[in-house]
Design a protein around this ligand. Structure first.
Ligand SMILES: [Fe+2]
Ligand SMILES: [Fe+2]
Length: 534
């Protein structure tokens, strides 16, 4: 490792008979830059085994792994890259030093896959062909050490004629390539930038998701311009909020979550029904668990049914069909209660309303959250990133917001420090509506019945220990979504303490009469408070 000016510029490791140098270099964002660098490496006999570049993420940063026959050879290559000013340390690559290239003619943009042999000079030769046609590489991704010798690249040329000429040239030169995307007359810049970002993240996701789940995600991205735009917007905001949020990780997790939900519909859909829990002589509760997303609770009584929290919108048809087949006619759902307007809790509230005429009850701020697609309503440190986040998750998961939100019956007072903003009755069961202090999201309420010791807590008071391995995997996604997307994590922690205190007090009272307080959370199993281990 070279100390340089105090920061490592590359890492050199021994691998069997060769040496492997891992480094990030800084390349100018212009045609021919890649060819120049690749030539420099090739003339020294070194092989580029891995190359990652996504101009959408950083216009200059290129990650490389070079293999060399001996240490002296790697020293020569690295010296040469250093002398050319390309061997930049991590700090000089933290901020882009050039603005994004203005791509004005989308017909000149091309994404393709091409087969390359794993030996020195092959990338330099390909890059030479690209340079000849003025093609600027905007995205390139390959890994010869683990991949099947395929390079994925996106290039921007001056127009459709150059793209055709370039493809003809590659053909004549004997390359086996496959065109993935080609800019057309009606394409927009946003689409192309979003597309290259999508490619990069799909590439990452491929290592952690089975192919059948990738298919539905790829299909969603290829068919929905809105989703691609939301993604491009989110990526822009992630960069701005980088200091307070590991944006790329959350971003990858959102995609993963969406991929899981998208890939678990139709034939692959399953539903687990838990219960019944008899809450009152007239109201029985069932918990519905979809493959991914949040719990929904069905409160059944002789006259109708109420659904408390609805899952991702993409599950609506599957859940409706499942309920119909299992004796819970969904047309009987005449009330929907949601704890908060997040997509995994209110995803199909609008559909239950339009299809079956169900009345939807939520915090009145939910109207603005849906309209502005901003779950912070301008509050908290994450407000910049939360709007594109809300929009992206909504689009990916098929959120259909309700047209109209009913007011709760009036009530006031407070419960354990939470204002009581209303009440709601389901047959002989009445809930107080407690207003959150805003730790998780705007428009959050908790539904509480102190006499029965029942609380519907949304994304608060989850019992992670109750999860199956599959649910645990899903929760690791939720965990990241929840902790990283709390509007105010300090307030969130305070509210968790307040809710525990409320429930412990109720439990103490109920225990004297032989009962127990119960928490019905938005994720994981419901549980009795005395077994929570608080
Ligand atoms: Fe939430
Ligand atoms: Fe949730």
């Amino acid at each position: 490792m070279e100390p340089g000016n105090g920061e490592p510029k590359y890492i050199l490791t021994r691998r069997d008979e060769s040496w492997l140098a891992s480094l990030a270099i800084s390349l100018p964002d212009r045609p021919g830059a890649l060819a120049g660098m690749a030539n420099m490496v090739a003339v020294r006999g070194a092989n580029i085994e891995r190359l990652l570049y996504d101009r959408g993420r950083h216009p200059n940063r290129v990650e490389l792994e070079l293999s060399c026959a001996h240490a002296a050879q790697s020293g020569e290559v690295l010296d040469e890259l250093g002398a050319a000013g390309l061997l930049a340390g991590p700090s000089s690559l933290a901020e882009p030093d050039e603005g994004p290239l203005a791509i004005t003619d989308m017909a000149g943009v091309l994404s393709f896959k091409v087969a390359l042999e794993n030996r020195p000079g092959v990338l330099a030769t390909l890059a030479g062909h690209l340079k000849e046609f003025g093609a600027n590489v905007t995205h390139m991704c390959y890994d010869m050490s683990s991949g099947p010798g395929m390079v994925e690249a996106s290039v921007a040329t001056s127009g459709a004629a150059e793209v055709s000429a370039l493809l003809g040239d590659l053909n004549r030169a004997g390359y086996h390539y496959h065109v993935l995307w080609r800019g057309g007359e009606d394409s927009e810049i946003n689409e192309a930038l979003g597309l290259s970002g999508v490619e990069a993240f799909l590439f990452k996701l491929r290592s952690s998701l089975p192919p059948e789940r990738m298919n539905s995600l790829e299909e969603l991205f290829s068919t929905s311009r809105e989703v691609r735009q939301a993604l491009a917007e989110f990526r822009g905001a992630s960069g701005a909020s980088g200091e307070i949020l590991a944006a790329s990780e959350v971003f990858a997790n959102i995609l993963r979550l969406a991929a899981m939900a998208q890939g678990s519909t139709g034939e692959r859909f399953t539903l687990r029904l838990s219960g019944p829990v008899r809450l009152t002589p007239r109201v029985s509760l069932y918990m519905l668990t979809c493959p991914e997303g949040a719990n929904s609770y069905l409160l059944c009584h002789p006259d109708a049914m109420a659904m408390l929290d609805t899952n991702f919108g993409v599950y609506f048809d599957d859940v409706s069909a499942w309920l119909g087949l299992h004796g819970f006619d969904p047309a009987r759902i005449n009330m929907v209660l949601a704890t908060h307007p997040d997509a995994d809790h209110a995803g199909w509230a609008g559909r239950l309303q339009s299809r079956f005429g169900a009345r939807v009850y939520m915090h009145p701020d939910s109207v603005r959250v849906f309209a502005e697609e901003d779950r912070t309503l301008g509050r908290g440190p994450l407000k910049g990133i939360n709007r594109p986040f809300t929009r992206l998750v909504g689009r990916l998961s098929g959120l259909v917001p309700p047209e109209r939100i009913e007011p709760f019956e009036p009530a006031d007072g407070e419960c354990g420090g939470f204002p009581v903003i209303g009440k709601i009755r389901i047959a002989d069961l009445e809930f107080l509506v407690l207003e959150s202090l805003g730790g998780h999201a705007a428009g959050q309420v908790f539904y509480c019945n102190p006499e029965l010791g029942v609380l519907f807590s949304g994304d608060y008071l989850l019992d992670a220990a109750s999860l199956s391995p599959r649910e645990r995997e899903a929760l690791s996604v939720h965990k990241s979504l929840l902790t990283s997307t709390n509007t105010d994590s300090v307030v969130f922690a305070k509210e968790m303490g307040m809710l525990r205190a409320v429930m412990l007090r109720m439990d103490e009272e109920l225990h004297k009469m032989g009962g127990r307080a119960m928490v019905f959370p938005g994720h994981g199993d419901f549980y009795a408070v005395d077994r929570a281990g608080w």
